[in-house]
Design a protein around this ligand. Structure first.
Ligand code: ADP
Ligand code: MG
Length: 294
């Protein structure tokens, strides 16, 4: 394409809410045949709410009354640590716990992208993160874990103590965007750090058959590289700190403008409104730009 065509394409992109990193970004959009989509904040709104909470080991009989306090304390400790995180799960847990008074102080805070957070509060070691697939519970906690939503485990001083389920909604534009991407000849794949049940529900809602779940940020990179080794030209769409390494490795990185700076810095294109439909617009735009006679 001529410099003029690229300039026109870039201007048209701005009108469509697509920020184009440089001339090579449109060029890189051309041969894409596979589009990998992050789940939370990309296909879904990323605004999560707590749906349920339960103790892992509730007391029986007379002591059951005390459980209310035990659960409340666990949630409060979890929220105190999560207040240091920007993750959608963290926001949901903080929102649910901060109706009465402030939260405590955290030391030794650690953020583990794709897994959760850890910190010390009032001398208690608090871990909040994705439970292992093998994690088993009974009663209400088991019922919560069986739902097809995101679930996190609160572990206090090494003891698995409470399950919290959180969920957000698929964005109203996501299903139509996936249909358009398919019509453009792209294979959609959902790639998420969340557990399989939550991932598969979202995939079903937007019409994606190919799901890779439960992966850490480096697992996202490995999946992109695996596809590339099989000869695919891969676009990746994401919004989180956890997506940044995969966005950088993809043939075309596309960030949600509603997401983190880390995702935008690692990407070739930014979709200003965070609407997946603009990813289809971007592919169409680059094809139109490069069809222009030189
Ligand atoms: P996605 O790939 O869908 O954007 P992430 O990789 O950010 O998801 O997170 C994967 C999973 O790790 C979440 O579904 C959640 O179970 C857990 N997780 C991540 N961050 C946190 C956090 N701050 N607190 C609790 N759990 C978290
Ligand atoms: Mg995300």
């Amino acid at each position: 394409a001529t410099p003029t065509a690229i300039l026109v394409g870039t201007g048209r992109g701005a009108q469509l809410g697509i920020l184009i990193g440089g001339p090579e970004a449109l060029e890189r959009s051309r041969g894409i045949d596979t589009i990998v989509l992050d789940k939370t904040g990309t296909v879904t709104s990323g605004v999560m709410r707590v749906r349920g909470t339960a103790l892992v080991s509730p007391s029986s009989g007379d002591e059951a009354d005390a459980d209310v306090g035990v659960l409340a304390r666990a949630l409060r400790l979890a929220a105190t640590v999560e207040a240091r995180s920007e993750h959608p799960v963290a926001r949901a847990i903080v929102d649910a716990a901060t109706t009465d008074g402030g939260l405590g102080e955290v030391s030794d805070f650690r953020n583990e992208p794709g897994f959760g957070v850890r910190g010390t509060v009032d001398g208690v070691d608090v871990l909040v993160g994705r439970p292992d697939d093998e994690f088993e519970a009974t009663g209400e906690a088991a019922r919560l874990l069986a739902e097809d939503v995101t679930a996190v485990l609160v572990t206090l001083d090494g003891t698995p103590t409470a399950i919290v389920t959180v969920a957000d909604e698929v964005k109203p534009t996501s299903a139509e965007a996936v249909r358009r991407l398919r019509r453009l000849g792209l294979d959609p794949i959902l790639l998420t750090g969340d557990r399989a049940a939550a991932a598969e529900r979202v995939a079903r809602e937007v019409g994606i058959d190919d799901v890779v779940s439960g992966v850490l940020p480096e697992g996202k990179v490995a999946e992109i590289e695996r596809l590339q080794r099989r000869g695919r030209r891969v676009a990746m769409v994401g919004d989180g700190v956890n997506d940044a390494p995969a966005l950088a490795v993809a043939d075309l990185g596309i960030a949600m403008g509603t997401g983190t700076d880390a995702a935008m810095e690692a990407s070739d294109l930014t979709l200003v409104r965070g609407d997946l439909g603009a990813a289809a617009d971007a592919i169409q735009l680059s094809r139109a730009t490069y069809r222009t006679i030189v």
